[in-house]
Design a protein around this ligand. Structure first.
Ligand code: GDP
Length: 195
């Protein structure tokens, strides 16, 4: 699937702006600074495809990338930024809800969680949204190179505990490091099977 080119399609701020639902899509969600842009760039082998999302108050766009003509990778705006204005947060939540509930071609959501921090309450909010929208989600642990194996184990256990409460959770998580290239091949293989 990733043998061909990956291209930016468009940034979307309203449901009406979504591209035609003519292929499978996979979305990426996560707290601001979780390493979402780095992961998308590493996965696609394109250095600056996804831009870092850590500017609070920046226009909250859903960014679409096309993997050849077979799939869309969808970069959802980062959430949980403490300084984001309430209006921005509300607008983001509304769009996210509409997107998750209304996109028939959405096959899976990857919920990114920082290996150092484990699942936070905002992550659980997203998981609950995904439960309600009946979108299967899979947790991707990011930045695994930043901590010891022991801490990683403990945080994986914490996340697995949280997943038990969420019916839409896929039971296996993927440990990654964009920096070291860990887990990227596994993720690509998972995406390739989601037809
Ligand atoms: P985003 O806001 O979720 O898009 O996060 P970014 O991809 O911009 O990453 C936030 C910060 O974490 C940046 O300084 C990245 O260089 C760093 N980062 C992202 N992924 C990794 C990783 O796998 N390992 C390490 N050590 N740092 C990472």
């Amino acid at each position: 699937l990733f043998a061909g080119p990956v291209d930016f399609v468009k940034g979307v701020v309203k449901m009406e702006g979504l591209p035609p639902a003519d292929r499978v899509e996979i979305c990426f969600a996560g707290r601001s600074n979780v390493g979402k842009s780095s992961l998308i760039n590493a996965l696609t082998g394109r250095k600056n495809l996804a831009r870092a999302s850590n500017t609070p108050g920046r226009t909250q766009e859903i960014n679409y990338f096309a993997v050849g003509e077979k799939a869309f990778l969808v970069d959802l705006p980062g959430y949980g930024f403490a300084e984001a204005p309430v209006a921005v947060v509300r607008q983001w939540q509304a769009l996210l809800k509409q997107y998750l509930q209304g996109r028939s071609t959405l096959r899976r959501a990857f919920v990114l969680i920082d290996s150092r921090h484990g699942a936070k309450p905002v992550d659980e909010e997203i998981m609950s949204l995904l439960d309600r929208a009946a979108v299967t989600f899979q947790v991707v642990m990011t930045k695994s190179d930043k901590i010891s194996a022991a801490v990683l184990e403990a945080n994986i256990a914490q996340v697995m505990g949280v997943l038990q409460k969420h019916p839409a959770a896929y039971p296996e998580l993927v440990v990654t490091s964009s920096e070291k290239g860990v887990g990227l091949e596994t993720l690509r293989a998972i995406i390739a099977t989601l037809k």
